[in-house]
Design a protein around this ligand. Structure first.
Ligand SMILES: C[S@@+](CC[C@H](N)C(=O)[O-])C[C@H]1O[C@@H](n2cnc3c(N)ncnc32)[C@H](O)[C@@H]1O
Length: 474
């Protein structure tokens, strides 16, 4: 029986895609200057660091510039023994990025499993501590299979619900949120809510994984450092006031809280309430957009979408976020019959010219009164009508030229690279040695018992336990 390792054709093709992306886009540095961090892998002896051999070697990047991260002791030992000239570090990526201040031009996170809070937080550290250089490449690879309900819910709020808030305004938004709130209070499952927002689990993943990475990178320090929240830092006084205004409503369902918050009423204060139900700081910003909407009522000569985008840009500049300049997305089926989603991003710092433009347009005004309530006006409309509109539009246009995500959005669908899964012959018999070998490359006792004759699930589990124990002793 063929051994299943990372040495498989479709995985090879995915490495080729990464190599080509680096060669195409990381052109502002000479190969000798490029610093890389990756999970080189060492699934079997003789197959160490295939990513280094098939990607970075071919790009001409010296091995001495490469950090190989590995969380597994056996794999790490194999990598060291292979003596490939890399810097090998035995540590979980999450902890590494949390602790380090080292910056890289390529960060490649070739995970085996699904995206969880840990992988998300890893991106937060990369964004918040500015560990990727401008023009740098970030690769993430995750297994995609049916997510647990909490994960689906999490994606739902980060994705479709935030899209509703972002893309709809006024009564259309309120209507949609009302409907979602109604479904939610009736205990409807995620799929029913998804349907209402025109989404399915595939688009949900796009938002929960790929878009989330873009959002976190755009947020820069925002998600990591509460003090860098734009409102706290820039609008301290106003922020206090918003918190007070948000203090009067009670909490029902999460979406109701959100609705109330959008109506500028909330019990615990805006920040705590959003973060309580798993939101990111980005959501805080939507509340600011709501305020903008009120501002728009006073100054209808400017399109609200433009203003909202502009405020997003402003927040980004403040928090040193990065823009996604290039994006390629691939899916494939691994030889373990796992569907993978690989995103390759190039992120850039906000171009200086754009920062100046935004600074020119936005200015903070002290507390204002509108609609009989106290609040703030973030955009004071520094310029008179036609001039302002022209400037805002030009700035947003320029931004879209730099940000591929904002110009193309979710149209960047993944390309399927194929499958290297060969289902084993059903009902053939397996030996104990073969079974142990299969388990060592990730098969579970249940999978083997289902596909082969010879042993029960319990027997296989016992082999596995025995193997693990004897390995520990030796
Ligand atoms: C998918 S394999 C890497 C394959 C390799 N990039 C290639 O192209 O052949 C993932 C490797 O990274 C390790 N790994 C997974 N998650 C990790 C994490 N959070 N931190 C460090 N290493 C991790 C795994 O133990 C495994 O050896």
């Amino acid at each position: 029986m063929a051994k299943r390792t990372y040495n498989d054709p479709v995985k090879q093709l995915s490495r080729q895609k990464l190599k080509e992306f680096i060669q195409r886009h990381l052109t502002h540095k000479r190969p000798e200057e490029i610093k890389v961090i990756c999970f080189p892998g060492a699934e079997a002896e003789g197959e160490e660091a295939l990513e280094v051999k098939e990607v970075y070697d071919l790009c001409g990047i010296p091995r001495a510039n490469i950090v190989g991260l590995e969380v597994g002791k056996e794999e790490e030992a194999r990598l060291r023994k292979a003596n490939l000239g890399l810097e090998v570090i035995l540590q979980d990526a999450h902890d590494f990025f949390k602790e380090t201040d080292r910056r890289f031009d390529v960060i490649s996170l070739d995970y085996k499993g699904q995206r969880t809070w840990k992988e998300r937080d890893t991106i937060r550290y990369i964004a918040g501590k500015m560990l990727l250089t401008s023009g740098g490449v970030l690769m993430t690879n995750h297994a995609i299979k049916r997510e647990s309900s909490p994960t689906q819910l999490d994606y739902l709020y980060r994705g479709p619900v935030s899209e509703v808030i972002r893309s709809l305004f006024g009564s259309a938004r309120r209507e949609k949120l009302d409907k979602i709130a109604e479904l939610e209070s009736q205990g409807a499952d995620v799929e029913a809510i998804l349907e209402l927002t025109g989404n399915n689990l595939d688009t949900l993943r796009t938002m929960g994984i790929s878009k989330e990475t873009i959002d976190i990178m755009m947020g820069g320090k925002a998600d990591l450092d509460p003090r860098s929240s734009i409102m706290v830092r820039l609008y301290n006084q106003q922020y206090e006031m918003i918190n007070k205004i948000f203090s009067s409503a009670r909490t029902d369902t999460r979406i109701n809280s959100l609705k109330e918050a959008m109506g500028l009423k909330r019990e615990k204060g805006i920040e705590k309430s959003y973060l309580d139900w798993g939101s990111t700081k980005t959501f805080l910003f939507y509340a600011m957009q709501q305020l903008t909407e009120s501002a728009h009522k006073q100054n209808p000569h400017i399109r609200i979408e433009d203003l909202a985008s502009l405020l997003g840009l402003f927040q980004m500049v403040e928090n040193k976020g990065m823009l996604c300049h290039q994006l390629e997305r691939y899916t494939y089926t691994s030889n373990k019959n796992m569907n993978m989603l690989m995103d390759i991003f190039q992120f850039v710092d906000m171009p200086r010219g754009l920062v100046t433009r935004i600074g020119d347009l936005i200015e903070v005004r002290p507390l204002q009164k509108f609609n009989g309530e106290e609040g703030i006006l973030m955009n004071p409309f520094k310029y008179e009508k036609p001039e302002l509109r022209r400037r805002v539009e030009a700035t947003v246009r320029k931004f879209k030229e730099v940000s591929v995500y904002h110009s193309k959005g979710l149209e960047i669908k993944p390309t399927y690279l194929g499958s290297s899964y060969n289902p084993p012959q059903r009902n053939s018999k397996t030996t104990k040695q073969q079974a142990i070998e299969l388990m060592s490359v990730g098969y579970t006792p249940a999978e083997i018992a289902q596909e082969f004759r010879g042993f029960t699930k319990m027997q296989l589990a016992a082999f596995k336990a025995w193997e693990t124990m004897t390995k520990k002793r030796s």
